[in-house]
Design a protein around this ligand. Structure first.
Ligand code: FE2
Ligand code: FE2
Length: 274
């Protein structure tokens, strides 16, 4: 049965290459575990939302993976869902992503009746034409009679389906509710997300599991973050698919360098919006 390696939040680029060493260590670890496929769960680039060079660098870096790969974009790749953030996702940013990495939303059918569905969380709730296309795609993709793993950079929510919007951190309520409605006529085993740079699994009594995957790049101190679940760790994630479901393994990598983004005093990224 298929085995998938997930590498989340590498944040690699040319002008600020601080996390490139960790990328290489994470790729070596993923390759050593001989998965069938590697999924890159967004924030692949340090600043692809502004930098063509970061996108070109990251695209070349993917050649180190021993397996085929699929990638969804994150906020640092294509911009924010918040229209007023100063770095909103827009057609030019989406076009840049697609030029370097291919579609920002996609599906891939695997053995055992599994379907991987990757979405672009950064267009949800934006009103962009790409969002309309993605909803039409999702309506088909989720109801094809297959067991689905949904990959998204931003989690759908931090605590629960009905929480207030925090656009920097999670999908907006309107998009979340529309997805929940789609899930009712689908068989979604798990929603797998990045962005939080933390490891977390939630197994509700009904509906999909929610998996937050650790980043390979850096950690964020609790004081910078909204209240949340999970464990601060860096590493990769392995998803083992079987007839009965998906087994999730978080794998710390001993030689990953540990960085806290706050220790750079805002020189790499501004402080996250708590
Ligand atoms: Fe990230
Ligand atoms: Fe992110």
């Amino acid at each position: 049965m298929p085995k998938i390696a997930v590498i989340a939040d590498p944040h690699i680029g040319v002008e600020k290459p601080h996390f490139v060493g960790n990328w290489h260590r994470a790729v070596a670890e993923a390759n050593a575990r001989a998965p069938d496929l590697t999924v890159i769960l967004g924030d692949l680039t340090f600043d692809g939302a502004h930098s063509e060079a970061d996108c070109a660098f990251a695209r070349e870096a993917l050649a180190a993976l021993a397996t085929p790969w699929l990638a969804v974009p994150g906020n640092h790749d294509v911009g924010d869902t918040d229209r007023g953030s100063g770095k909103a996702s827009d057609p030019a940013r989406l076009a840049r992503w697609r030029r370097h990495f291919g579609p920002d939303f996609w599906l891939s059918d695997l053995d055992g009746g599994w379907r991987l569905v990757g979405i672009d969380s950064q267009i949800l709730g934006t009103g962009l034409a790409a969002e309309t296309e993605q909803w039409a795609f999702l309506e088909e993709a989720l109801t094809g009679g297959r067991r689905v793993l949904l990959f998204t950079h931003q989690p759908l929510f931090l605590k629960n389906w009905d929480e207030a919007d925090r656009l920097y951190w999670a999908s907006c309520g309107a998009a979340r509710r529309r997805l929940r409605d789609l899930f009712r006529s689908a068989d979604v085993a798990a929603v797998v997300s990045g962005h939080m740079h933390r490891a977390f699994v939630s197994l509700p009594k009904a509906g999909p599991s929610f998996v937050w995957t650790p980043a390979t790049s850096f950690l964020t101190r609790d004081a910078s973050m909204p209240p949340q679940g999970g464990t601060a760790m860096t590493g990769i994630t392995l998803l083992d698919l079987s007839e009965t479901g998906v087994a999730v393994g978080f794998h710390p990598i001993p030689d990953l360098e540990t960085f806290f983004i706050e220790d750079f005093n805002g020189t790499l990224y501004p402080a996250p919006a708590r």
